[in-house]
Design a binder for this molecule. Structure first.
Ligand code: E4P
Length: 215
C-alpha cells in the first residue's frame, strides 16, 4: 500500500517527503483554505516537491465547467490529477476527462455503489472517506473492505485511496483491507512513527553508551 499525505501544507509535505516514505499527495478546498494562499500556486509548489501523483480538487458544479477547470488544473504539472466529487455531473466529467487521458480521483465516496459508478465512468482513483462514515455511526473500514473485495472480484483497475483517516489504526485497517493507497494527515504520520518503547530504548542506549565512551 502506497502512503500519500492529505494536506496542502508544503512544510509538512517536505518533512514527510524527506522521511522517504511519500508516494503522493491529496488536497481539498478545506485543507487549502488553512494555508491562506493562492490554491494553484500551492498545487504547483507541491507538484515540484513530490514526484508521485498529486490530487487537486475542481470546484465547479456543472460537468462542462468541471472539465474546463480540470484541464487547467491538470496543465499545472504532469503529475497532477483532478479530484471530482461523486455526483451525476461528476460522473459525466470523469467520463469526458478519462476519454482525453486526464486522470481523475473521484472524491466523497461513501458507498460501494458510488465506487462502482466512479470506476465505470473511468476514474483512475477513488476516495472512500472512512472517518466521515465513522462520524455518523457507519463502519468506514467495512465499506472500504467491500469496495476492495468487489474490485478484486471483477478485476476493476481503479486505485482505491483510503481517505478521511483519523488515527493509525485506520491506516493498518486500510492496509489489511487491501487499499492501494492511504492518504494520511500529518499528525497521523507523527503518531505512526512514534512509540514510547522506541523513545525509552533510544534514551537507554545513549545513556549506557555514555558509561563506556571514554574507555
Ligand atoms: C481526501 O482526499 C480528503 O482530502 C480527506 O481525506 C478528507 O478528510 P476529512 O474527513 O478529515 O476532511
Amino acid at each position: 500500500m502506497k502512503l500519500f499525505i492529505d494536506t496542502a501544507n508544503v512544510e509538512h509535505i517536505r518533512e514527510i517527503n524527506d522521511w522517504g516514505v511519500l508516494s503522493g499527495v491529496t488536497t481539498n478546498p478545506t485543507l487549502a483554505s488553512k494555508e491562506n494562499r493562492n490554491y494553484r500556486d500551492c498545487v504547483r509548489e507541491i507538484a515540484e516537491i513530490v514526484d508521485g501523483p498529486i490530487s487537486a480538487e475542481a470546484i465547479s458544479c456543472d460537468w462542462h465547467e468541471m472539465v474546463a477547470e480540470s484541464k487547467e488544473i491538470a496543465a499545472i504539472a504532469d503529475n497532477i490529477n483532478v479530484k471530482i466529487p461523486m455526483s451525476t455531473e461528476g460522473l459525466k466529467a470523469i467520463k469526458a476527462l478519462s476519454a482525453e487521458g486526464i486522470k481523475t480521483n473521484c472524491t466523497l465516496v461513501f458507498s460501494t455503489n458510488q465506487a462502482m459508478l466512479a470506476a465505470a465512468a473511468g476514474a483512475a482513483y477513488l476516495s472512500p472517506f472512512l472517518g466521515r462514515l465513522d462520524d455518523i455511526g457507519n463502519d468506514g473500514l467495512a465499506i472500504l473492505e467491500e469496495i476492495v473485495e468487489v474490485f478484486d472480484l471483477h478485476g476493476i483497475e481503479t486505485e482505491v485511496i483510503s481517505a478521511s483517516l483519523r488515527h493509525p489504526q485506520h491506516v493498518i485497517g486500510s492496509a489489511l483491507a487491501g487499499a492501494h493507497i492511504s492518504t494520511i494527515p500529518y499528525n497521523v504520520f507523527q503518531q505512526m512513527v512514534n512509540h514510547p518503547l522506541t523513545t525509552i530504548g533510544i534514551e537507554k542506549f545513549l545513556c549506557d553508551f555514555e558509561k563506556i565512551k571514554d574507555l
